[in-house]
Write a protein that binds this ligand. Structure first.
Ligand code: 5RP
Length: 291
């Protein structure tokens, strides 16, 4: 009989996991190359990252804000810690002279017209190495129709990553019918970490997010989700890192903002310097007014 987790003090959300010898939780026993790639994505001073997610085209085509990545995203590169994109966009649009770490979307298959959980691995690890990637990301559909396949995709990618020192970011994909609560994300994040991903991307929930981060033994980055008013997005990012996330991997809440440069600057302050949401909004408005 499966045994679901139980709420309560045993999560010890107030007591951070020890990180002996390396700044990221659960990463102290990784090999040098893997650690070095993690340290390119996560700022060793703050222990956090602002990843800019622009991989949406891999299943939904030219998403609003990503029609012309050369015009909308390349100017934002200096302000992110890492870019999460597909290899197609990397090779065709992102300047190879960029010093920013690139985390590459490594799963794909179905478009928005089909069952999204029916994904496969969509990139060889050899190509990630050739592209000098700092990591790869893959969707895992816990509770989805093709749950087992998506987990197997991830474990194969993890095995390939371990051979070359490439960290894998497991992404908790939420299907249309799934409940987005702490219990679900605890389950999904823990499975992803137990099966070997070096870090996990997941969504914020208002109730109990700290139990998701506490029970996941590797770093969690918060996914942005659909576009919200700026104050709400900044508040969500603030609450996520205060409750144990190691940063964000945000897309639409940055590139669909009226002022993406101002928004990513405000997110940076929230993530790396714990700026409170109200002050971050002031900064956003100030930078926006200055163009
Ligand atoms: C889906 C993904 C996305 O493709 C993307 O990265 C989401 O970014 P955002 O929700 O912040 O626009 O990972 O799970």
């Amino acid at each position: 009989m499966p045994e679901p987790d139980q709420e309560g003090a045993r999560f010890a959300a107030q007591q951070p996991q020890a990180t002996p010898g390396f700044f990221l939780k659960g990463c102290h026993q990784l090999d040098w190359g893997m650690k070095n790639r993690m340290a390119r994505v996560f700022n060793p001073e703050s222990g956090r990252t602002v990843m800019l997610a622009i991989d949406h085209g891999y299943f939904q085509g030219p998403t609003t804000g990503l029609e012309r990545i050369d015009l909308s995203i390349v100017p934002l590169l200096p302000q992110c810690d890492a870019l999460f994109c597909t290899r197609g966009i990397l090779r065709s649009v992102i300047p190879a002279a960029s010093q920013k770490p690139m985390v590459l979307r490594a799963s794909g298959g179905p478009s928005i017209l089909k069952e999204l959980s029916d994904e496969q691995i969509a990139m060889d690890m050899e190509d990630a190495v050739r592209l000098n990637a700092a990591g790869v990301g893959i969707q895992v559909f816990i509770g989805g129709e093709f749950e087992t396949r998506s987990i197997h995709n991830m474990t194969r990618l993890v095995d390939a990553g371990l051979r070359v020192g490439m960290p894998v970011m497991g992404v908790t994909a939420v299907g249309k019918d799934m409940v987005r609560d702490a219990k679900y994300f605890r389950l999904a994040c823990r499975i992803i970490a137990e099966l070997g991903a070096q870090y996990v991307k997941t969504y914020f929930v208002e109730d109990g997010f700290e139990t998701i981060t506490a029970s996941c033994p590797v770093p969690i980055v918060m996914a942005g989700g659909k576009k919200l008013p700026e104050l709400e997005a900044l508040t969500m990012a603030y609450n996520a890192v205060q409750q144990g996330a190691s940063g964000v991997d945000m897309g639409r809440n940055i590139f669909q903002s009226d002022a993406p440069k101002a928004m990513i600057a405000a997110v940076n302050e929230v993530i790396h310097r714990n700026l409170k949401p109200a002050q971050a909004l002031e900064l956003f408005n100030d930078l926006k007014s200055k163009g």
